[in-house]
Ligand binder design. Structure first.
Ligand code: PDD
Length: 275
């Protein structure tokens, strides 16, 4: 239905408690990028909050295609949110008798323009005060909103989050670092979201002879990095050119980033070509 007509109850637990999870799935041409992987992560998030998956993978795929058919466009993304539903009382305790609220919409996104992306972004480091369950793609995002605000207040695009001296991720992206031509990224766990783009970048690196290591990264290593990238479904692979006001490497998008960006775009084109 048209978005203006879509409504939910004020008793919805997504609204009252942020008691829900979500996914953002990029669409190129008519192909969903890494649909299977997104559906696996969706299931993980649901398991973590003890909510039954209301649909099978095939049903989800059908819902997405029907919606994409009604919302034409080149580069789009599917936004999917499931909350624990609207209960009759405001009560933290859960009750499986109530059905979840499901919301799916098509986002019109503009594919990142290579010229603009290659100009790079400036970021600051901030203290990662989020909870110890960042592997859940939860709609409880107030901490992320506050952290992004710190970046905005500092006049930069984003922030790299640091927990006890260790790099976790961005406010809505994963972090990669290049040092001596080796690609480094923090391992998955409770401290960060296992990004689908992160996994794709690792896969592309592995398939193209780029050495990639998943290991703990100390904040201090950021300041000696040759390159820093931030990855997400909507941002793809963004080069960081300034960190806390200082140049990263030469202060321009690096050669490894250019190579990865080229490989990433080729992957997308192949996906489109298979239609
Ligand atoms: N965010 N880490 C966090 C905290 C995120 O919110 C995201 C994505 C990522 C990257 O995940 P992926 O590569 O699967 O997009 C990492 C989405 C895009 C959002 O909130 O809009």
């Amino acid at each position: 239905m048209p978005i203006e007509q879509a409504t939910i109850s004020v008793m919805d637990r997504g609204f009252l408690f942020g008691d829900g999870i979500y996914e953002v799935i990029p669409v190129f041409g008519n192909k969903l990028l890494r649909l299977d992987e997104h559906l696996v992560r969706l299931q993980n998030s649901l398991n973590r909050i003890s909510l039954l998956n209301p649909h099978t993978d095939n049903e989800w795929a059908d819902i997405f295609s029907a919606l994409l058919e009604k919302n034409n466009g080149e580069d789009r993304a599917i936004y999917l949110q499931i909350s624990r539903g609207a209960y009759s009382k405001r009560d933290l305790s859960t009750n499986a008798d109530f059905a979840p609220t499901i919301f799916v919409m098509v986002l019109q996104v503009t594919a990142p323009d290579i010229e603009i992306v290659s100009a790079g972004i400036s970021v600051i480091t901030v203290d990662d005060f989020r909870w110890n369950a960042c592997d859940i793609k939860s709609t409880s995002l107030v901490a992320s909103v506050m952290l992004r605000q710190q970046a905005t207040d500092a006049g930069v695009e984003d922030a790299i989050l640091i927990r006890n001296g260790i790099v976790t991720e961005g406010t809505a992206s994963n972090v990669f670092l290049v040092k001596d031509n080796i690609l480094l990224t923090p391992p998955t766990g409770l401290q960060l979201l296992p990004g689908i783009t992160r996994d794709l970048v690792i896969e592309i690196a592995n398939n193209n002879g780029i050495v990639v290591k998943e290991r703990e990264i100390k904040e201090a290593e950021l300041y000696n990095a040759d390159e820093i990238w931030m990855t997400s479904s909507t941002r793809e692979v963004a080069p960081v050119i300034k960190l806390n006001g200082k140049k990263v490497g030469a202060g321009v998008a690096g050669s490894q980033w250019k190579r990865m960006m080229d490989l990433y775009q080729r992957y997308k084109q192949q996906l489109r070509g298979n239609e």
